[in-house]
Write a protein that binds this ligand. Structure first.
Ligand code: ADP
Ligand code: ZN
Length: 458
């Protein structure tokens, strides 16, 4: 099968944003796709799954997998048949590094992204021009959904380069038609100057950076409500709790929408909250969403936590079948008052590899964050350190105080209270230390919340 046949089968039209004035304009960037009924979504998914599986036959890795499992593209007759397909993992991407998962010749690819390879080979994701076009549409769809229009000024305060939050939002915001400022991460004084001088109305950044930006605004006497035109924040790329989001909204005086993405699925744009803020809409014209039990790999019922597994439906360069994201979440619903029937997932608990196992208890950092953020006396920066003391594993939770104080009696009381509340949530009582504002480390990129210094006993 020639590449032309395959790719033309996968092509679907690039929507143009409506540029009609206020009032008459659509609430949807791509009304045709965003307002599909469940039955229509599923019909489209089946058609695209069949095309994708046929397209995978261009790749040796998939051909071998299919042969081992005794399946051919003709076996995909219904959407449920997705379960006949092999899972793929980050390890597969590493094993086939750099280009072994590609389904098109390298000369047809125009971009490469790579995610951080802390151990072993990094992972490589290839894109054709059409993949990039679709990705820009996806991001533009999300930004339109939360009320952004071509008149808005979008400042992307996220890392650029290999990190997909940079170019992903850049092209998406441009596709929507906004004036887009590639401010990149860091240099908060310059960020604030841009926000004021350019009349920035929307920012994308990781949540831990938004709180940093706000601190600098405070130091500079800048009140985001009074001194800026901000109206929307897109926050994502790292796990954060509902409480953290509320904090950010209160600080900045605007709505903050959760944005989910991962390099393997292209980057940002995979899932995004609508104005209802009732979970992340995952775009089912682009992905098949499965939630499975990470042990048995069997589907879990709606509402139950499991591992998110995604199958790409429109990717040319590197389609991924049943990719095990390691992110843990659950299905919240398949309809929404906003008029979109694309599946809604809960905010991510974290990745299964982020889970702390302490004295046999499983804990996610986000559970700790949720409790800390309920106390207005403490700030948003915190650090969890695991140590071994007298042959006993312990958790130390350090959190910064919001304001300066010398009322040590009150601090001791607060530490005790936090210890109790955390004990109720995570089922073991950590040591809590409240430290002065600005003393905990701030990471350049995604926040580092856990440091494990436990001794390993053989
Ligand atoms: P890396 O794998 O190097 O961290 P990615 O940028 O591809 O690079 O990271 C994707 C991961 O980031 C996701 O699998 C998920 O764990 C996390 N992530 C992204 N967006 C969110 C979000 N909105 N909430 C929670 N976690 C997120
Ligand atoms: Zn919605």
């Amino acid at each position: 099968m020639s590449k032309e046949t395959n790719s033309s089968a996968l092509v679907h039209s690039t929507p143009r944003p409506s540029r009609e004035g206020q009032g008459g304009e659509s609430a949807f960037f791509n009304p045709e796709v965003e307002t599909l009924s469940r039955a229509e979504i599923e019909a489209l998914q089946l058609e695209r799954l069949q095309q994708t599986v046929r397209h995978c036959m261009n790749n040796e890795f998939y051909r071998k997998k299919f042969a081992e499992m005794g399946i051919t593209p003709d076996d995909i007759k219904s959407l449920a048949d997705v379960r006949k397909l092999p899972f793929t993992t980050k390890q597969d991407l590493r094993d086939t590094y750099p280009f072994g998962m590609s389904c098109v010749p390298l000369r047809d690819c125009v971009r490469l992204h790579s995610s951080s390879g802390t151990t072993g080979n990094p992972t490589v994701i290839l894109h054709t021009q059409k993949d990039l076009d679709e990705w820009a549409n996806q991001v533009a769809r999300n930004l339109w959904m939360v009320g952004l229009r071509p008149d808005d000024v979008f400042q992307n305060s996220s890392g650029y380069g290999m990190f997909t939050g940079g170019l992903g939002f850049q092209y998406g915001a441009e596709r929507l038609g906004m004036l887009t400022v590639p401010a990149a991460a860091g240099n908060s004084l310059r960020q604030i100057k841009f926000i004021k001088d350019f009349g920035t109305t929307a920012i994308h950044a990781i949540p831990s950076y938004v709180t940093r930006l706000y601190e600098v605004m405070q130091q500079e006497g800048v009140d985001p409500r009074r001194d800026t035109k901000l109206k929307v924040l897109a926050i994502g790329a790292e796990p954060h709790s509902e409480e953290q989001r509320k904090r950010i909204e209160q600080m900045m005086g605007v709505k903050a929408y959760n944005s989910f993405g991962m390099s393997e699925m292209c980057g940002p744009g995979v899932g995004f909250e609508c104005p209802e803020q009732n979970g992340l809409h995952f775009w089912e014209d682009y992905y098949i969403v499965e939630i499975v039990d990470p042990e048995t790999l069997e589907p879990v019922p709606d509402g139950e936590i499991g591992e998110l597994v995604l199958t790409t439906l429109c990717r040319e360069a590197m389609p991924l079948l049943r990719y095990r994201t390691r992110d843990l979440t659950r299905v919240l619903g398949r309809t929404c008052p906003c008029g979109r029937n694309h599946i809604r997932l809960d905010r991510m608990r974290g990745r299964s590899d982020d889970m702390i196992v302490l004295r046999g208890v499983n804990i996610f950092p986000i559970q700790i964050e949720k409790i800390l953020m309920q106390f207005p006396e403490v700030g948003t920066n915190y650090l969890i350190t695991l140590v071994t003391e007298d042959n006993n594993d312990q958790m130390i939770v350090e959190v910064e105080l919001n304001e300066a104080t010398d009322d040590y009696g009150k601090l001791k009381g607060l530490e005790q209270e936090l210890r109790h509340r955390l004990g109720d949530e995570i089922l073991l009582k950590p040591i809590v230390r409240i430290v002065a504002k600005g003393t905990l480390p701030v990471s350049e990129g995604k926040a580092v919340r856990v440091v494990d210094k436990r001794k390993v006993f053989e």
